[in-house]
Ligand binder design. Structure first.
Ligand code: BGC
Length: 266
């Protein structure tokens, strides 16, 4: 058993570094094998991540994990926004030296209440702080909202890609989605993001925050359709439902009904 566990852990680590498709592992009869690396845990309290059974990766909107993650769960540092510039270089270097293979870009620069950055500044700053890690990690674009209109959501990201003019070196695109809507609204948004990304050489889309904002029952029904769709969509590399905290995926420190639905269907 020790050997098997070590083997699975190695395969999981390998999968986390490669494009996460997972078909190679289908002969291993443990439920986490095929898609563990897609399902993630967005958290503030590292001690809660173990409740998200099967999570292959995690992030905390921060550049350090703030506590140990369960073994086999990859940590992705995030450069949230300008407030982190001073500490970023050494923190990101440290995270990569501890095994992270991913770097997340600015958090909702298209949202005045979050990183609040214009595409041109974000493109310049991305090249200053994140692009130098190209080759050492998978670089993820700034994560935009599903807001509609000029300079928001996918429109903001298109402007950012144009401002980068090929120099930012991100190979993965990050999007967020919040709505009280049918799952088709979500899958349409993800598909639109994939289409945009393909125009700019993006290889994979990660949904680093998403939530159906309806009732608990609404969220369970949403997840029962959304998670299998995400798992089978080879354009989607990773996802993290909002989020590993009491009142969301957890009730106290255990899975809530929403959390159960999140982890049940991969
Ligand atoms: C914020 C993070 C915060 C997270 C969970 C996000 O919208 O940007 O700073 O940790 O929500 O509360």
């Amino acid at each position: 058993m020790v050997f098997i566990n070590a083997f699975v852990a190695t395969m999981m680590a390998t999968a986390a570094m490669a494009a996460p498709h997972g078909h190679h592992f289908s002969h291993i009869h443990a439920r986490q094998n095929t898609t563990v690396n897609k399902l993630g845990a967005a958290y503030n309290d590292a001690s809660l991540v173990s409740a998200i059974t099967g999570a292959g990766w995690a992030y905390d909107w921060n550049f350090e994990s703030m506590g140990a993650l369960p073994s086999g769960v990859e940590y992705c540092p995030m450069l949230w926004g300008p407030k982190m510039y001073d500490q970023w270089q050494s923190a990101a270097t440290s995270a990569l030296s501890q095994g992270s293979t991913c770097i997340l870009g600015f958090n909702e620069p298209d949202n005045a209440g979050q990183a609040a950055m214009d595409p041109a500044t974000a493109a310049t700053d991305y090249q200053t702080y994140i692009t130098p890690f190209s080759g050492q990690a998978t670089l993820v674009t700034p994560a935009v909202t599903n807001g509609q209109g000029d300079n928001i959501g996918l429109s903001w990201l298109q402007s950012w890609f144009d401002a980068c003019n090929g120099a930012c070196q991100a190979t993965v695109m990050a999007i967020h989605y919040y709505a009280q809507a049918d799952v088709s609204d979500f899958t349409n948004f993800v598909t639109s993001a994939v289409t945009l990304g393909q125009q700019y050489g993006i290889q994979s889309v990660w949904i680093t925050e998403f939530q159906n904002t309806g009732s608990s029952d609404d969220q369970v029904a949403f997840l029962q359709e959304a998670i299998p769709w995400l798992n089978s969509n080879t354009d989607v590399g990773r996802y993290a439902y909002f989020y590993a905290a009491d009142g969301y995926l957890l009730s106290g420190t255990s899975l809530s009904p929403v959390g159960e639905a999140y982890v049940a269907t991969y």
